[in-house]
Design a protein around this ligand. Sequence first.
Ligand SMILES: [Zn+2]
Length: 294
Amino acid sequence: LKSARAPVGFVWISLLFVASASAHAGLTIVAAENFYGDVARQLGPADARVLDVLSKPDADPHLYEPSPSVARDIARADLVIYNGLNYDPWMTLLLATTRGSPQRRVISAALLLRKGSSADNPHLWYDPATMPLVAGAVSREMQALDPTDPAGYAQRLQRFLAAMRQVDARVAGLRSRYAGQPVAATEPICDYLIAAIGLEAHDRRFQLATMNNTEPSARDIGAFEDELRHARVRALIYNRQATNSAVERLIRIARESNVPVVGVSETEPAGLSYQQWMLSELDALEHALARGGP
Ligand SMILES: [Zn+2]
């Protein structure tokens, strides 16, 4: 039996070698963040290859440094998608220093949205208006590179935009019930979503300090803890990807004070599409808002 198996294994290894050695025929897309990569996967043809750089939901993207393999991927890419607004400064640097193919196209979500001020919050994908715009640009650029099946591109884009209208409907529903209600957040990660729902985010100075990995002042920490202790907010939102002892303490105080705690993430969790991810976070937020009342 053993001798019969050996040739099969040998054939498999040879096939794998041939497959990896031959050039990829379809488009190669590199996305700095996996949610942009997910959109490209949903909109592109089946033979498009999409590589995500930031995809670990347990790492802090603000502290990321790329490996040499990322530079090689970017050099081979037909299309590069990144966030901009200094969220992924390594990508701007790699695009400037790697020689790519002359036909390479680049999409920056920040440029598409005409955001460029250092005061703009970089977590653009939490704005329900962002992904339909990014999707339109991604679909257009992929078609320009690979103009074989316009009907297929149009159909996939329509399907994506229809899914995004579901997200918009959920946001509108929450807005009609909870606009003007106060919430606390440890980081300004889903600011755009909070604003779209019309919630009022407190503790801004503390949030910026956490995002920038600097120390919030004792006064800001005290004010934040006080709000939670007196349950003056309907929920505490924290970033699952960047907790520290100060954030853990706030979560504990919120739980002791019966303020609902909602964890959100910067990076798309494995197994969920962008629209499923947003809907699941809206579910969690709705659950908290329904429960927590100042
Ligand atoms: Zn962040």
